[in-house]
Design a protein around this ligand. Structure first.
Ligand code: UGA
Length: 436
């Protein structure tokens, strides 16, 4: 099938390269010429395991192209995926500016029946809105169908998720369009759910917000654990065995970040307001999430007896492991809080340090975790990269000025940390070892 994917961000690029790998003729379009040039040279503008291999293979086999010419790509395609960004506006609503722009350009390029697929995360009602826009701006009577096909991939494992989705949701207004999109996904042999447009659009938000809710729920429980002397990792483990609850997304920590959960929770609250449907439950999710980094810094401040003049080593800057993405990364807020109170920050991240440096050029950027910990009063683990799980804690302790380890993601065994001569403080875990 001839496909065009507009937008080469995480969703667009991964969708495009995977469809090419499945045997389709794919053109990935972006208005950013530099990005398109980079892609044509076989390199990925995003840090994502496996993407460059797929770009290389797709181009080599002649099924994958990159272009800035949206009109031509639309004319050559049967199916056009819209996968442009919808960042948050101050109101919490997603900014639909790029979607609108693309819809207008598609309208101007139509030369026959097309299926327009919304892959960007867009509020309920957007499918109809895109159809109306295209119909309004098209020169002649148009024959199009608009389909909602939300994406559920995670950064850091986007290629795997795209080949192995838990489900494929196809929201359409008629069989003709739904069947065509089903055909595209058939080789994956994964469960497919056909719905109306509005339901598909809401499935995406309802899913992300539910996962955010799970995280805030366990973070709220972690606060109670701290007061009551319980260990949230054990509480979560015990909860997770219940199949109705499940173990995933019960990892207490510094809260959720990234480009999706904070934005989608805000957007669903705003959608609720529009439909006069109070989403108070999601306001609580936000409140718990906002409090986590502030609470983490308070722990460091209280333990060290103030932050002025103290040196803190931050391990991990990306919003989660296996990405260099800093959108809504907890490291940003934690650095702001620490430096505001006069602490010196020494930072290390395996992939995101360079990007972070443009936000905070005054920090010391270490070559590795041990270098970051040199002379530090405390080490604060912010992102749970695998390499931090394997640290030699004795070596870490040996270079530090004071022995405090703040584990913002609960990745360490407290007894093991204490055995290395460090004082351990996690999230929702007892301060002192349990007395026998
Ligand atoms: C999320 C969803 O998981 C994807 O299904 C969805 O497609 C994507 O948003 C999107 O809407 O595009 P992503 O933001 O890439 O994916 O990352 P996640 O792995 O879901 O992590 C989100 C945040 O939650 C991270 O900051 C992570 O540290 C945090 N988290 C996750 C926790 O604090 N605790 C957990 O137990 C799990």
């Amino acid at each position: 099938m001839n496909i065009c994917v507009v937008g080469t961000g995480y969703v667009g690029l991964v969708t495009g390269v995977v469809f090419a790998d499945l045997g389709n003729e794919v053109v990935c379009v972006d208005k950013d010429e530099r990005k398109v040039e980079l892609l044509r040279s076989g390199r990925s503008p995003i840090y994502e395991p496996g993407v460059e291999e797929l770009i290389g293979r797709g181009m080599e086999e002649g099924r994958l192209r990159f272009s800035t010419d949206l009109a031509r790509a639309v004319r050559e395609s049967e199916v056009v995926f819209i996968a442009v960004g919808t960042p948050s506006l101050p109101s919490g609503d997603p900014d639909m500016g790029q979607v609108e722009q693309v819809a207008r350009e598609i309208a101007g390029a139509l030369n026959g029946y097309k299926i327009i697929v919304n892959k960007s995360t867009v509020p309920v009602g957007s499918g109809n809105y895109v159809r109306d826009l295209i119909t309004r701006y098209a020169a002649a009577d148009v024959d199009i169908d608009v389909v909602s096909n939300p994406e559920f991939l995670r950064e850091g494992q986007a290629v795997y998720d795209t080949f192995n989705p838990d489900r494929i949701v196809i929201g359409a207004t008629n069989q003709r369009a739904a069947m065509k999109i089903m055909e595209l996904y058939a080789p994956l042999e994964r469960p497919m759910l056909m719905t109306d447009l509005a339901s598909a659009e809401l499935i995406k938000y309802a899913s992300n917000c539910f996962l955010a809710l799970k995280i805030s729920y366990i973070n709220a429980i972690s606060r109670l654990c701290e007061k009551a002397g319980a260990d949230v990792t054990l509480v979560a483990k015990g909860m997770g065995y219940d199949q109705r609850i499940g173990a995933a997304f019960l990892q207490a920590g510094l809260g959720y970040g990234g480009s999706c959960f904070p934005k989608d929770v805000a957007a669903l609250i705003s959608t609720g307001d529009k439909y006069e449907c109070d989403m108070g439950i999601l306001r609580s999710v936000q409140k718990v999430n906002d409090a986590q980094p502030v609470h983490f810094v308070s722990k460091i401040r209280d333990t060290l007896g103030g932050l002025k003049g103290k040196t803190i080593a931050l391990l991990g800057l990306a919003f989660k492991p296996n990405t260099d993405d800093l959108r809504d990364a907890k490291s940003i807020e934690i650095t702001a809080l620490l430096t505001k109170e006069g602490a010196t920050v020494r930072a290390f991240d395996p992939a995101a340090a360079e990007r972070f440096e443009s936000l905070y050029p005054q920090l010391y950027y270490a070559a590795n975790a041990y270098d970051a910990a040199e002379g530090a009063d405390a080490v604060a683990l912010v992102t749970e990269w695998n390499e931090f799980k394997q640290l030699n804690l004795e070596r870490l302790r040996a270079v530090m000025r004071q022995p405090y380890l703040f584990d913002g993601r609960n990745i360490y065994n407290p007894a093991r940390v204490r055995a290395a001569g460090l004082v351990y403080e996690g999230i929702g875990r007892p301060r002192e070892p349990e007395r026998a």
